[in-house]
Design a protein around this ligand. Structure first.
Ligand SMILES: NC(=O)c1ccc[n+]([C@@H]2O[C@H](COP(=O)([O-])OP(=O)(O)OC[C@H]3O[C@@H](n4cnc5c(N)ncnc54)[C@H](OP(=O)(O)O)[C@@H]3O)[C@@H](O)[C@H]2O)c1
Length: 259
């Protein structure tokens, strides 16, 4: 897909991976609809200067389903070519110590809003027999660490949703791209230490710059890939956890302490 002039709806675009994606897509000359609860005042002008054909900012809270619905309704006439469900929240720590309201809010953004927006925009893509749905999951949706129970559940849901939808859409002209995102240096990545670090030795973790991951995502959209895997030790970790779960658990066990 040549992204020049393509209409892209990208959630979670105010910072981190989403901001890097918006910048990369602007450089390709895409027309951008960007969603977050808040945007920096200079965002639109900066992206236009980088080459975006147009930029529209939508300040919506995707943990509130009526706001996700409003957004989808407002965009009905816009012929969205690419939907990138990137907005996300992190939860973590021992389950009984996690704030139940924070868990619910995270599930709303990471899972419900993804399904809701996709379901609302899909019929328009199907009618045009063209479109790409990109869902940002995580290595956490494939390999399961202690302290990550609720977040991992949300990302495993994104993996299952996207894998199932991929099969449903075969032959329709609409396709999916599942992102098995590794550690990426963002505000969320920095939160991991606070949320997990009290119980889990995180010295094995590593991260790549947001710009590097965003560039790989944009190339995967252009090449119409269906899954984007991490490289190096993150890729090995995902494969190890998937194929040898009992051994993976034994390796992780000494890194975890309840007290
Ligand atoms: N960083 C990593 O290591 C990593 C690894 C694997 C997967 N991921 C996934 O990658 C995606 C982006 O993460 P990131 O690291 O870039 O995180 P980030 O820097 O914390 O950015 C999260 C983005 O989501 C938006 N967002 C959060 N809650 C929202 C809500 N209720 N309504 C609308 N927008 C909301 C935020 O904007 P506002 O706060 O302005 O609303 C922000 O733009 C997430 O889905 C995350 O789970 C990240």
């Amino acid at each position: 897909m040549n992204l020049k002039g393509q209409v892209v709806l990208l959630t979670g675009a105010s910072r981190g991976i989403g901001l890097a994606l918006a910048q990369s897509l602007a450089g390709r000359g895409a027309k951008l609809h960007l969603v977050s609860r808040r945007f920096a005042p200079e965002m639109k002008a900066d992206l236009e200067q980088r080459g975006a054909e147009s930029v529209r900012l939508w300040e919506k809270d995707l943990s509130i389903m009526s706001q996700a619905d409003e957004l989808a309704r407002a965009l009905e006439g816009e012929s969205i070519d690419v939907l990138i469900n990137n907005a996300g929240l992190l939860t973590g720590g021992l389950l009984e110590e996690q704030d139940p309201d924070a868990i619910d809010q995270m599930l709303m953004v990471n899972v419900h809003a993804v399904i809701r927006l996709t379901r609302k925009l899909l019929p328009h893509m199907l009618a045009r027999r063209s479109g790409k749905i990109v869902n940002n999951a995580s290595v956490s949706g494939k390999m399961f660490f202690p302290c990550a129970s609720t977040y991992a559940a949300s990302k495993a849901a994104v993996v299952a949703f996207t894998e199932s939808l991929k099969q449903e859409l075969r032959g329709t002209g609409v396709s999916t791209l599942l992102l098995i995102t590794p550690g990426v240096k963002t505000a969320m990545y920095d939160e991991i230490q606070d949320l997990y670090g009290g119980h889990l030795d995180l010295s094995f973790m590593n991260s790549i710059p947001a710009e590097e991951w965003a560039e790989r995502v944009v190339r995967a959209i252009e090449d119409d890939e269906d899954t984007l895997w991490p490289t190096g030790s993150s890729h090995l970790g995902v494969k190890f956890a998937h194929h040898l779960p009992a051994l993976f658990e034994r390796v992780v066990r000494p890194k975890f302490k309840r007290s």
